[in-house]
Design a protein around this ligand. Structure first.
Ligand SMILES: [Fe+2]
Length: 218
């Protein structure tokens, strides 16, 4: 999902620079602010009180437990950049979500019945190209919310971002207050992900790509 909206400006700059632009000075923001920022969403009440001992990129397998998590397994992957298009190499992505039955590993979830085989939280370091990937379950609804995965992203030179990712076409999206709090349809689309069968990863796995754009802090 390339959210570059600056083609006319780029063309203009290319022309200007091409026309004997030696010594032409252009302020960095004019050259660089090309990508729409990923919209911010509330952290919600269920960020872990304590980071679990196993908080790796595979949320469907908890260390020391033989059974996998209940739910439909998906791969969520993507690339994180700043609004000039620079990959956020070495940054950090955290995700958290409820289990296949709508319960969080959190004292605020009074059921106390969260799936012990579901990690519920994972953390990844972005590679040189700003890429990440998690193995997790396809999110499900819980009372009052359409399916979503919480994301928190941070890294050098950017303003940390907390947001949520949604499932394309889910019927509850239209009634979700947080999803619809984003009024701009293009901004809403940027946090809405279509999942597809991914036989190259596994026979029963779907994959969805969620790219994020963070603002620079300098
Ligand atoms: Fe949530």
């Amino acid at each position: 999902m390339d959210r570059c909206v600056s083609f006319p400006r780029r063309r203009f700059l290319a022309t200007a620079l091409g026309a004997g632009a030696g010594g032409l000075w252009l302020p960095a923001p004019l050259l660089a602010a090309t990508r729409a920022l990923t919209p911010r969403q509330t952290e919600g009440p269920f960020y872990p009180v304590e980071i679990p001992a196993d908080s790796d990129r595979n949320l469907v397998q908890v260390a020391g437990r033989p059974e996998p998590a209940a739910g439909d397994v998906v791969q969520v992957f993507g690339q994180v950049r700043d609004d000039s298009g620079r990959p956020l190499a070495g940054g950090q992505v955290e995700i958290w979500q409820c289990d296949a039955f709508g319960h969080y590993h959190h004292p605020g979830d009074r059921s106390g019945r969260a799936d012990p085989n579901f990690q519920g939280f994972g953390r990844a370091v972005l590679d040189e190209e700003g890429r990440y990937a998690f193995r997790t379950i396809k999110p499900v609804p819980y009372p009052g919310r359409t399916p979503h995965i919480h994301f928190a992203v941070s890294g050098p030179g950017v303003v940390p971002l907390t947001t949520q990712m949604y499932l394309a076409g889910h019927p509850l999206n239209d009634r979700d207050f947080l999803y619809n709090a984003i009024r701009d349809p293009a901004a809403r689309d940027s946090i809405t992900v279509a999942f597809r069968a991914a036989p190259e990863i596994g026979p029963d796995i779907e994959a969805g790509r969620f790219d994020l754009v963070l603002g620079r802090s300098l």
